[in-house]
Design a protein around this ligand. Structure first.
Ligand code: G
Ligand code: MN
Length: 346
């Protein structure tokens, strides 16, 4: 080999070695979280019957070991995004590689909206929640909890959030033209950084005007921590949103610590009870009492209640008896591509 070519080959080899690890780790991370999610959704007894199932369990155990030994590097990097260490650790490389890919995901149309049905007590679809998914060419479907933190840290969250909101408005325009679908509500998750942009209300106002949608069909889901942070300004902003005609909902209610007096101050239309409270409603009378208390409180405040994460008939029956307004969860449908939801509506 000629000396120049030899040097070139050597550099190439070094580069390959440098890039292979982070990419693999990113892949491993995504793979294992997807697997955990999968395992979580299968009852244990069924799982252990097949060799594939046993393999899944092994992987899960391996992951648990990772955690025990504090090797869950991804969550560690998430907590220390501004580490001063000169030499970047492998996890940070992995994060950068994902970030670079996320950078182009929007323009490559890899980000998609999935839709999860929202039903009334009769089980009829009254709307949906738009949920962001990343259809990655190599890793498959990636849920937002796996990339939103990277998006937050890199600032990509703003263009992504704007795209979600714009797409939701465009979807509502289409539904509005269809007699079968014009009654549907569409809920969108709003990121704290998006909400805190000074021009958020104006931007949304323009979107509503351009798309010509009925604003009362659009529901903004806001997190509890966002709503309880800087409450006076948040209230002002929510009031401005309500003047636009859109509805506001508190997402994941029950996982935070908002009090009755705090809730009373917020101009909310809806509370969405988190799936963790719903999960044990059948067996745990304490949870049932909590939900009953939440329902009584929200009735007094004139706020309606949506139960998230309804997975079986018994939960649905109990929640109906308690007097929920609407329901969402795997019992009625997983988050799915638009065409599938529309088929379900027909
Ligand atoms: O935080 P938020 O409520 O927006 O989260 C919605 C997420 O919860 C979706 O990404 C979806 O995958 C998941 N989810 C929706 N319905 C159910 C359910 O019935 N059970 C469980 N375990 N998860 C659900
Ligand atoms: Mn939500």
């Amino acid at each position: 080999m000629k000396p120049r070519l030899k040097r070139h080959a050597l550099i190439k080899k070094q580069n390959n070695a440098r890039h292979a690890l982070p990419k693999d780790e990113a892949k491993l991370y995504i793979f294992s979280t997807q697997l955990t999610r999968l395992i979580d959704s299968i009852p244990d007894a069924t799982l252990l019957k097949t060799s594939a199932g046993r393999k899944l369990v092994t992987t899960k155990l391996t992951q648990r070991l990772f955690k025990q030994h504090d090797l869950n590097w991804y969550s560690k990097t998430r907590l220390t995004p501004t580490a001063t260490n000169q030499q970047k650790s492998a996890p940070q490389h992995a994060q950068i590689s994902l970030q670079a890919e996320l950078n182009v995901a929007l323009e490559k149309h890899q980000l998609k909206l999935y839709y999860q049905a929202l039903v009334n007590s009769a089980g009829n679809i009254v709307g949906a929640e738009a949920l962001l998914r990343w259809e990655h060419p190599h890793y498959g479907l990636i849920a937002p909890d796996q990339f939103l933190l990277i998006a937050e840290q890199s600032g990509l969250i703003l263009p992504i959030s704007a795209w979600v909101l714009q797409s939701a408005c465009e979807q509502l325009t289409l539904w509005q033209r269809d007699p079968l679908k014009q009654h549907l509500l569409l809920a969108v998750n709003i990121s704290p950084r998006q909400f805190n942009q000074p021009e958020f209300v104006i931007t949304l106002g323009k979107m509503l005007k351009h798309t010509g949608i009925n604003p009362s069909r659009l529901k903004l889901e806001l997190t509890e921590s966002l709503l309880l942070h800087d409450t006076p300004n948040t209230i002002k902003k929510m009031q401005a949103l309500k003047r636009l005609g859109v509805r506001c909902s508190m997402d994941n209610f029950g996982t935070g610590s908002s009090s009755f007096s705090q809730l009373k101050q917020l101009p909310l239309d809806q509370l969405k009870i988190d799936k963790f409270l719903i999960r044990d409603i059948v067996f745990d009378s304490c949870n049932t009492r909590t939900i009953k208390a939440v329902i009584d409180m929200s009735t007094k405040l004139g706020i309606n209640l949506v139960a998230a994460g309804v997975e079986n008939e018994q939960q649905f029956t109990n929640l109906k008896h308690l007097g929920c307004y609407a329901y969402q969860g795997y019992l009625f449908g997983k988050p799915m591509p638009l065409a599938e939801l529309e088929k379900q509506i027909r």
